[in-house]
Design a protein around this ligand. Sequence first.
Ligand code: NAP
Ligand code: HSE
Length: 374
Amino acid sequence: MKIAILGFGTVGSGVYEIAKTLKNIEVKKVLEKDLSKINIATNNYDEIINDKEIELVVECMGGLHPAYEFIMKALQNKKSVVSANKAVIAKYLDEFLKTAKENNVEFRFEASVGGGIPCLAGIQKIHRIENIDKFYGIFNGTSNFILDNMYRFENEFVTSLKTAQKLGYAEADPSADIDGYDVTNKVIISFALAYDGFIKNEFPCFTMKNITKEDILYFKKQGFVAKYIGEATTKGNKYEASVMLNLFPINALEANVLSNYNIVTVQSHTMGEVKFYGQGAGKLPTANAIIQDILDIQEKISFNPISIEKKYTYSPNLFKHKYVIRTNEKLKGDFEKLDKDGNNLYHYTKEITQVDLLKLVEENYYLVVKLSEY
Ligand code: NAP
Ligand code: HSE
């Protein structure tokens, strides 16, 4: 199969490297701004679109535009598309699936969640037998790398972020990683496969960048490790989801997920808990997931057609959880415990809904973490 790669950065160059080792995939063209990157580069997308030999386009440029237009154009020209671009998929998945179907081609996106881990395929496989009760996990390699670096090596936040950027884990704009937009996108994409519905980014997303070395050391003394978690669950046609730091007891599996690794847990009736663990970011793991999608398309392997027709309403009142809020001043309210460590005050809430939490942190917000129930 002859393919084209859009974007020859970390992921695109990884796809090229793995494809070179395989007999049945040939990279015919690469779309790049910098033509000196590779001898098959072009900066004219029409050369790819009009090339009848190219059956499939791999999109790994990132961003919303022109990625959206390029994906749509490829599908409309009857070329299958494989993308790693969470941002564009979380926004336009419905249009991509519809256009792919109308043109009798495929749109696949395993690499967009969990990097090299086949967790979307896992979700689809579980869901073809039964409903999924809940999914949660560490969906972002950069933020996990930062938290792990701060916990194990007692480095500052900024130093840890710089190392993650050097290693190629971070997004072009790392605020996507540390402010939660990347995890939000991955929750939306995972939700689509788990619950057959396309939700919007309307659920709470708390940044992780307010966490300090002092917080990490305080939580360590209490026997907790902070991890940045995305999660979602449904009740009838309502759903609850969040993206925020969670505290795990030191012996929990999540607490021991190191470096850029991700772990995604899926709960269902017959399976109980299934955990998908592996490298959630980086050149070759992500490229591996893309190549797997290409091979599946080539070999016509499909678990079940993706349908995202079900409608869900976000409900912040569905469940109650316990949180810890760190401020410098005492918050008004009835708390289970108040702890002082240096200048920091840690408020331990009773079981409250997301509505109650949002009211509490509206004004005096410094750091909010959830006490994990897992
Ligand atoms: P990257 O290293 O920045 O590579 C993107 C490449 O695309 C760059 O070479 C860029 O060129 C080129 N590009 C951007 N817009 C273009 C355009 N309009 N025309 C031609 N070339 C263009 O990014 P990456 O880390 O490979 O990530 C790519 C995508 O994969 C993103 O959507 C990201 O979210 C996703 N992803 C990344 C990872 C990871 O571990 N890195 C894992 C999973 C998914 P310039 O640099 O000149 O702009
Ligand atoms: N920036 C992302 C991460 C890349 O760190 O997880 C993988 O999606």
